[in-house]
Design a protein around this ligand. Structure first.
Ligand code: HPA
Ligand code: ZN
Length: 357
């Protein structure tokens, strides 16, 4: 049994505006959570990047950890992706992928994440000559250890890079087939504009036939039409980001009716200029529309915070009350790929911490 982290005392769920921010961070920490949108390559902290570069004899274009952090100013998604793919170049051996994943999972444990659905980008590595087996063996060993040592359940989702062509994605799906039992779903990430979901219709069709769950990034920088296309052509069961879906009221109605979750990433949205100011973040509006919105970290090493910092940033900027924070953690389990019984058990744990009957 995992001990609860953080102070969970004197918590009520009255719809009162939160004034004590220390109290609210303790509350957020205490809530059991599922994280549904985190790229494992995006959890590579500068310290580990440096250590792996040294271990692997790779020269980084930075002289210090501080210099790396100082370089993390992005004006859009592509700006970030260029730095993110370069950073992943220090990952060579199975042990490197293990260390990366284990570091994230330890952080997740501290933040009371009970379930994590983790993206990985195999093409970022196979394009550099790293065998698929090296990548998946390192990641999946850490996931086994997370279950056994930390009590965190996980699912692995393989993303196709949408700036590459579908033939490359099809080859990647073939490479993944021997590891079918370790990969739960397929996703779609990287440069959104100009790379609509329909470009990957066939690879998603084959993946679904093979039993993978399908999700896709859509409506982060791309238009609402890409969200519609991800639903219609890729038949995804969840949308990653989805901010721009709000531009199309009939699409919103469909997302609500079909209970299609949105995995929202507040700090990412600010860092990449998807949202100008946290006080203008659409999360509360999404919940008011009855969308199944969740809070996630995306690429925490690059965007300045893990899941709790994301909850905290929106709680503070939007004055979210405790009932809303509880709702968001309920949503995180509801929107997950867990079975119905486990979802119900985790939601019960949330309610015990929040003292809901
Ligand atoms: N969007 C698209 N691709 C990504 C992201 C993102 O936020 N993070 C890592 N790859
Ligand atoms: Zn993402």
């Amino acid at each position: 049994m995992i001990a609860a982290h953080g102070a969970a005392s004197i918590i009520t769920t009255e719809r009162s505006t939160i004034t004590n921010m220390n109290n609210i961070m303790d509350f957020i920490t205490a809530l059991p959570k599922a994280e549904l949108h985190v790229h494992i390559e995006g959890t590579l902290e500068p310290e580990l990047m440096f250590a792996l570069a040294e271990r692997n004899g790779i020269r980084l274009p930075y002289a210090s950890v501080k210099e790396i952090r100082d370089a993390y100013h992005f004006s859009n998604l592509q700006d970030f992706l260029d730095i993110y793919y370069a950073g992943a170049g220090v990952l060579l051996q199975t042990q490197d992928f293990y260390d990366l994943t284990w570091a994230y999972l330890q952080q997740a444990f501290i933040q009371n994440v009970r379930h994590a659905e983790i993206f990985f980008d195999p093409q970022t590595h196979t394009a550099r000559g790293i065998p698929f087996a090296t990548v998946i063996d390192g990641i999946s060993q850490a996931l086994v250890d997370a279950k056994n040592k930390l009590g965190i359940s996980t699912r692995l989702i393989m993303c196709f890079l949408r700036h590459l062509d579908e033939t490359d994605a099809l080859k990647t799906l073939d490479m993944a087939m021997p590891y079918r039992d370790r990969i739960c779903g397929v996703g779609l990430d990287s440069s959104e504009c100009g790379n609509p979901p329909g470009k990957f219709r066939e690879v998603f069709r084959r993946a679904r036939i093979a039993g993978f769950s399908a999700v896709a990034h859509a409506g982060e920088e791309g238009p609402a039409a890409y969200v519609r296309e991800a639903l219609d052509e890729l038949q995804v069961m969840r949308i990653d980001h989805g901010n721009n879906a709000l531009d199309d009221t009939s699409l919103v109605t469909e997302l609500v009716k079909r209970r299609i979750p949105l995995t929202v990433c507040p700090l990412s949205n600010i860092k990449l200029g998807v949202v100008n100011d946290m006080s203008a973040h659409p999360l509360q509006h999404m919940l008011d529309l009855d969308l199944l919105a969740t809070v996630n970290s995306d690429d925490p090493a690059y965007f300045g915070g893990y899941i709790n910092e994301n909850y905290f940033a929106v709680a503070k900027a939007l004055s979210l009350d405790k009932a809303t924070l509880v709702q968001l953690t309920h949503n995180s389990f509801t929107a997950s790929l867990l079975d119905a019984e486990t979802k119900a058990a985790r939601i019960k744990e949330v309610n015990a911490v929040a003292e809901i009957e």
